[in-house]
Design a protein around this ligand. Structure first.
Ligand SMILES: Cc1cc2nc3c(=O)[nH]c(=O)nc-3n(C[C@H](O)[C@H](O)[C@H](O)COP(=O)(O)O)c2cc1C
Length: 193
């Protein structure tokens, strides 16, 4: 199987970041199950050229690279810190600039972090509907973690680790199945016998 492009995007504006740690952990779980090239981006990578762009052509080069990587990925892990009970404004802004057709049928794992457990369902109430708009293939297990689940910059919860493993495994299975489905079509298109 050719290596798939797995892109992680985390909407953290600071590092170290709990959200980025969670996104990296889910991507790593997928990567042990299916051959993938993993690239992780966050809003620090995008820099100020994302928030000031009202349209795609106004994006700075670093921000445009992230939008393009998201669109071209075979599978995605997306995560956001909870700000005021929802995904951050810049998380939504980035996806507002993603082409509406680019994520159709694409496997996506969802993650979020918050200060406590009060907004744990943000993954179901904010993130899943957004990717429903894109008709993306979101994995059933969404992952939410809060401050007590982290220690010394790493995940420190057996329960969250279990959900991370589940989400990564589901993402790998969907991405692998989709690649296997596309392979015969690619051979036909390429004229292989
Ligand atoms: C502006 C702002 C708003 C926040 N709003 C919430 C909130 O509504 N609910 C919550 O649980 N945590 C809230 N938090 C806490 C962050 O979601 C939490 O610290 C998160 O894990 C930070 O992720 P990061 O380490 O990736 O930056 C807020 C933090 C900031 C800075």
């Amino acid at each position: 199987m050719t290596r798939l492009r797995l892109v992680g995007f985390s909407a953290n504006i600071q590092r170290p970041s709990k959200t980025r740690t969670l996104v990296e952990a889910i991507a790593a779980e997928a990567a042990v199950r299916v051959p993938v090239d993993v690239r992780i981006f966050d809003l620090v990578d995008a820099g100020p050229g994302l928030g000031g762009a009202f349209s795609r052509d106004q994006l700075s080069l670093p921000a445009r690279r992230i939008v393009e990587a998201v669109e071209e990925a075979d599978a995605l892990v997306v995560g956001t810190p909870v700000y005021k009970g929802a995904y951050t404004g810049l998380f939504k802004h980035l996806f507002d600039l993603v082409s509406p057709e680019a994520l159709a049928g694409k496997p996506v794992a969802l993650a979020a972090t918050g200060g406590g457990s009060r907004h744990a369902l943000v993954v179901e109430h904010s993130l899943r509907p957004l990717f429903g708009f894109f008709t993306a293939l979101t994995v059933p297990t969404a992952v939410y973690a809060s401050d007590p689940d982290f220690r010394d910059g790493g995940l420190d919860s057996v329960v969250i680790r279990q959900r991370v493993a589940e989400a990564g495994a589901q993402l790998a299975a969907l991405a692998g199945a989709r690649a296997a489905e596309a392979a015969p079509l690619a051979r036909v298109a390429g004229g292989a016998r």
